[in-house]
Design a protein around this ligand. Structure first.
Ligand code: FAD
Length: 546
């Protein structure tokens, strides 16, 4: 029988172990886990600190005893793999930080995950600067947050974990500041739509300090951290949560002969095999291929880690399973708002020089005449042939299912034309006869086939007033409450009568509130021979992004 050692007993490691047992009753399976816990719910940790999840035990999805009983897996906690000899197939294991012993293997699966980045900044060792990765981190953070004396918190980093922590701590009544080095939070989203998330945070009292990295930490005393930003701005907090990203936890592999990428990720083939015989790697610690762009990248998310664990186990058991890549589908709750994305965003495509188009729609989450409909914002990114490359969504209802539909279409290599044809579940409480996903497809199709070409914020900002005319087709009341400067107002319903007011020698840039009336205006004007395009997402988008 095979002897399989798995390093790391959480998302990827635990999935690999249990899958392998289901495929092979005779294999000897050993999990080596550095911490005291295995198979815990990393993704639930912020919600336990925040108090939504009340019982700590709920975070412990599996215990070593449960795994032993159900799956006959030998789980060794407080055990760290400190060295791998890939030639003789031996792992050196250190127990409780003390004595070491060796264990040989036929197959090795590495799932050591990624650890929070701790930059070597002045003052970083202050006892009140904490990160969140595992259960001990959670206990430390929670005991700190539970103190009555902790009233102000600064979260460093506006990624998923930073934003979730800012949210849950605000809900607990703490005063939260979030510091982000980049001009905006949440890098998977583009700069034009992510202000929706930033506004939600500010509306709930979170202070955002954007585009200003931390320069150093200081301490007024043991209980107060002083945070100085690059701009020179200094403030104090009772607690700092450091969440500026993660790095693969692969230092122990340095001399193993296992090939690592430039940032220390383990390199694997499509079966998740490393360059060393019998050694597989999965999860946050590996480099994978991006599903859309095919470039090598890392996607430190639970879905990919779990799937990869299963695939490595399959391959060891003789099944031909392959990992085809990750598209980074992700979702986040920010108070009432849901933010979700899948595939590539504009920033990535621009960086890689991949041409693309983008459309924005603001349909209702379900039929407007049925109570409770909420507008949602969907941004769709596609190439010249209409292939869907990415999508981002924000809203208070129904965002998750739209992004999941779009994620599925991307996985099946679908196009915007497919989006127009998707037949999705509809009754008034759930959707509209034309679902927001269909709507995004229609808008994109009209853009690509020239029926109603789209323009974007940059086209408005960079426009040449000599050769273009800005036309606002909303009502005079809407125009009066705010409009893009220099726009001429002709309401859609008066457009046919007042068409002579337009200068046919200029390109017309039309906008309305969300893009729908603008589309109708474009159709009227194009049939009269005007060169005209519609601002995607309308004034609502312009306003949100400005
Ligand atoms: P991990 O789950 O990190 O497990 C690695 C394990 O290996 C660790 O327990 C570590 O102690 C152990 N280990 C490391 N080195 C050694 C060694 N040398 N010897 C022995 N053991 C070792 N993803 C989502 O998709 N959605 C979410 O909502 C989400 N929320 C998250 C919230 C938080 C606070 C965190 C920290 C992560 C979140 N993630 C989320 C990410 C997700 O948890 C990870 O992508 C996933 O756990 C990765 O699985 P993994 O097996 O690669 O690594």
């Amino acid at each position: 029988s095979k002897k399989v050692i798995i390093v790391g007993g959480v998302a990827g490691g635990a999935s690999a172990a249990t899958r392998l047992r289901r495929l092979d009753e005779r294999a000897e399976i050993i999990i080596i886990e550095r911490d005291e816990y295995i198979s815990y719910a990393n993704c639930g940790l912020p919600y336990y600190i925040g108090g939504t999840i009340q019982e700590r035990s709920k975070l412990l999805v599996q215990t070593p005893e449960m795994m032993k009983k159900r799956s006959r897996i030998d789980v060794r906690v407080n055990s760290e793999a400190v060295k791998i000899n890939t030639l003789d197939r031996i792992v050196t294991i250190q127990q409780n930080g003390q004595e070491t012993y060796e264990e040989n293997y036929d197959f090795l699966i590495l799932s050591p995950g990624a650890k929070p980045i701790r930059p070597s900044l002045e003052g970083i060792d202050h006892p009140r600067i904490l990160s969140l990765r595992n259960i001990p981190d959670t206990d430390r953070l929670k005991s700190m947050v539970d103190l009555d004396t902790v009233k102000t918190v600064t979260v460093i980093g506006g990624g998923f974990i930073g934003v979730e922590m800012a949210e849950v701590l605000t809900e607990r009544g703490l005063k939260v500041t979030l510091v982000e080095a980049a001009p905006h939070i949440l890098a998977p989203f583009d700069d034009d739509v992510v202000p929706i998330a930033e506004k939600e945070m500010q509306d709930h009292g979170i202070r955002l300090l954007l585009g200003d990295p931390v320069a150093k930490f200081g301490s007024a005393d043991d209980n107060t951290v002083e945070i100085t930003l690059k701009s020179g701005y200094t403030h104090q907090a009772d607690l700092v949560v450091l969440a500026i990203g993660v790095a693969p936890d692969t230092a122990f592999l340095q001399d193993s002969g296992i090939k690592l990428g430039p940032k220390g990720h383990i390199l694997v083939n499509e079966h998740l095999q490393t360059n060393c015989d019998g050694v597989y790697a999965v999860g946050d610690a590996i480099e994978i291929s991006d599903w859309v762009t095919r470039i090598q990248t890392a996607v430190p998310l639970a879905g990919p880690a779990n799937k990869q664990g299963r695939i490595a186990a399959d391959h060891i058991a003789g099944l031909p399973s392959r990992y085809a890549g990750a598209q980074g589908t992700s979702i986040l709750k920010i108070f009432g708002l849901t933010a979700a994305s899948t595939g590539s965003n504009e920033r990535t495509l621009r960086r890689l020089g991949i041409p693309y188009h983008a459309a924005l729609v603001h349909p209702g989450s379900h039929a407007g005449y049925y109570p409770g409909a909420e507008p949602l914002t969907l941004k769709l990114i596609y190439d010249d042939q209409g292939k869907v490359l990415g999508a981002q969504g924000f809203g208070y209802d129904g965002v998750d299912k739209r992004i999941d539909v779009l994620a599925t279409v991307i996985r099946l290599k679908g196009t915007i034309h497919d989006l127009t044809e998707l037949e999705l579940a509809y009754a008034p409480p759930y959707s509209s006869a034309k679902d927001p996903v269909n709507m995004a497809g229609f808008v994109a199709q009209n853009d690509l086939n020239g029926m109603s070409p789209l323009i974007h914020l940059t086209d408005i900002h960079d426009r040449d007033p000599e050769s273009t005319m800005l036309l606002d087709v909303r009502s005079p009341q809407e125009y009066a409450t705010g409009h893009i400067s220099e726009a001429v107002n002709i309401p859609l319903d008066e457009l046919r009568e007042r068409i002579q007011e337009l200068d046919s020698s200029k390109k017309l840039l039309v906008y309305c509130q969300v893009g729908f009336r603008g589309y109708t205006a474009v159709r009227i004007l194009r049939q009269q021979g005007f060169d005209v395009a519609n601002l995607t997402g309308g004034y609502k988008y312009y306003k949100a992004a400005s």
